[in-house]
Ligand binder design. Structure first.
Ligand SMILES: [Zn+2]
Length: 77
């Protein structure tokens, strides 16, 4: 697995453990740079890329989704 999901929060600054997730982005495992170009906090919550497309992964970033599916067409089900 080369990717994981990383959270973007409504609030700026270091993320709190109970902060509401604004949106989930897809990032490469070696960084906090989302596929859509957004820089995410390295301390932000992450979850397995397997959550992509499931209720656990919503709301998700459509820009990241388009790019992720382009790289992983076999994952579209
Ligand atoms: Zn994104």
């Amino acid at each position: 697995m080369e990717h994981e999901m990383r959270a973007e929060y409504e609030e700026s600054g270091p993320p709190r453990a109970d902060a509401p997730v604004k949106i989930w982005h897809m990032v490469r495992l070696d960084g906090a740079h989302a596929m859509c170009g957004r820089e995410l906090d390295p301390a932000a919550a992450t979850q397995s890329a397997e959550a992509w497309g499931t209720p656990a992964g919503e709301p998700f970033c459509h820009s990241c989704g388009a790019m992720y599916l382009r790289e992983h067409p076999q994952d579209t089900g």
